[in-house]
Design a binder for this molecule. Sequence first.
Ligand SMILES: [Zn+2]
Ligand SMILES: [Zn+2]
Length: 273
Amino acid sequence: MNETMEYDFDFDCHTHTKEYSLCGEMTLGELLAQKKTRGPRLVAVTDHSSHFYYPAETLNQWLDKPGVFESRREKGNQKLEEYLDRLAAVRDQGILTGLELDYIIGDGLFFDEKYRRRFDVLIGSVHWLPCMLPFFEKHGGDHSRHCPFDLGEFIHWTGRMLESGIDVLGHPTNLYKWAGLEPDTRTIHWMIDAAKANHVAVEINCAHKDPGEYFIQKWLEKGGKIVCSSDAHSPAQYGEYSHAGKILRGCGVSQANLKEVLFVPRKGGSKSV
Ligand SMILES: [Zn+2]
Ligand SMILES: [Zn+2]
């Protein structure tokens, strides 16, 4: 059977558009055209929260600057409102409002809390650690090289993200991959306990092929909810769920019992903290 057809996930909680994500390669119109012919029923657009606020020309210079959010708040919020209006206009086509949240090192989220209830889903992803700043300085976001990794920092920032009121933890162990490492089981179990304690769902991210089967197996044993996503940045990546299919098959989840483990987005707003 075709892997991508074996499961109907009903909801893709993680996609990007080029209007609002600097790394996006598809317009909202292109995404809608894909959705119309290929489904699923619901798709959340989740552009990067930091991309609404930081000055693009200084990409790697603001990650550890606590004042940067304040200085960009007003302009960024204007952009965010424009984004929410555009998504609201296509809500009847099954488009939900989302964001992939980033944080500022030494500070909080790249997010104005007053907008929380206007989102159906907030994903939180750890895209960087303090130890990676010199790497960014030299190589930018080059994924063909191994980035530095510090376990204490990873635990600290993943914990902060999990406690921040997010609905879904995005590509939970992807930084390990970028560093050329495998997550150890002790850290995986710590992440599972922390996600459970904060009522956060875990993403099976098909673009990054993350996390692996062990993580999801243990997470499902704890009764955790999952969400399967494409993290599509381009029309070519749209609707690609083979990694999730492989993991779920390995964990003994079939289409018949998929509903029991899937995270369901709250209509009309993300959960409050
Ligand atoms: Zn991400
Ligand atoms: Zn993403």
